[in-house]
Design a protein around this ligand. Structure first.
Ligand code: F6R
Length: 269
């Protein structure tokens, strides 16, 4: 991991040149009272996207933050207000070494918290296969599938306490694509809830789409709740654009909306 004080001296040339790019600083920030309201607002945001383009290609997160968003999407679908049957979904990441059916996989998560509750499944559901023998081939095929689908219309992101997006941990390059990555100890601890609350059981590596893949999405929605995210949210918006805090790259994206609760927004100036 790069130390901020060392940056940009030790950064690779691409990150170095990023410092000279003007940030678009177009991130729309909406601060809501609590996590419940963030979940509702996120579900409304996705609903609006799908209503405007029923064949939308969505890139989706797992983790705890989006649970209320998925709940809101299920509830809108059940009320007949939303039809997800024509969308295509991709997921941001998957644990390396886990077969889709493993109880701790993000595959299982997506079915358990979202897909299994929908009256009609999305037209196509895509996730990286963490058990693929040839990881490079799997990742290249995933990127190709995203291209064939016409690119991502909307990516929904959570944010790690260290500023990761997807499993792009600090040190990730702006040009990164889908690949295998090591998961940092604090990220493994945050995922212990999927592994009987034991961080040691969380795989040490994952497959993730890259920063470049995320940056190519037409729209970005980032959801953040809770005081543990306050530092990362403030740094992402107000700090330098640096691989030390991968979410800061979003300052260079022209269409980002941040939905944060009061606690997650508490360190914004
Ligand atoms: C998971 C993912 C991660 C999470 C992040 C926040 O698919 O992409 O970047 O969004 O680790 O996780 P929670 O929401 O559990 O705090």
């Amino acid at each position: 991991m790069l130390e901020r004080s060392c940056y940009p001296e030790v950064a690779p040339p691409l990150e170095d040149s990023l410092q000279t790019l003007p940030s678009t600083r177009k991130i729309q920030i909406e601060v809501l009272e609590d996590a419940q309201m963030v979940g509702e607002a996120a579900a409304s945001f996705v609903t609006k996207q799908v209503k405007a383009k029923p064949e939308s290609v969505l890139l989706l997160p797992t983790g705890r933050t989006p649970l209320l968003m998925y709940f809101g999407l299920i509830s809108r679908t059940n009320k007949g207000e939303l039809d997800l049957s024509r969308v295509q979904t991709f997921n941001l990441d998957e644990f390396y070494g886990l077969a889709p059916k493993h109880p701790g996989s993000y595959h299982t998560y997506m079915h358990r918290v979202f897909f299994d509750y929908l009256p009609a499944l999305p037209r196509k559901i895509n996730l990286l296969d963490g058990s693929a023998i040839d990881v490079d081939k799997e990742c290249a095929a995933y990127e190709a599938k995203i291209k064939t689908a016409g690119g991502i219309d909307l990516v929904v992101l959570g944010i790690g306490t260290n500023g990761h997006i997807g499993f792009n941990e600090p040190g990730s390059s702006f040009a990164s694509r889908s690949r295998r990555v090591a998961i940092q100890p604090e990220t493994r601890a945050a995922n212990a809830f999927l592994f009987e609350n034991c961080a040691d059981n969380v795989p040490e590596a994952a497959l993730t789409v890259g920063i470049a893949t995320i940056m190519e999405a037409r729209h970005v929605l980032l959801v953040a709740t809770g005081s543990a995210k306050a530092q990362a949210v403030a740094a992402m918006l107000q700090g330098p654009i640096t691989p030390d805090l991968p979410a800061s790259f979003l300052q260079l994206h022209p269409d980002v909306t941040l939905l944060a609760d009061r606690e997650a927004a508490s360190k914004l100036l």
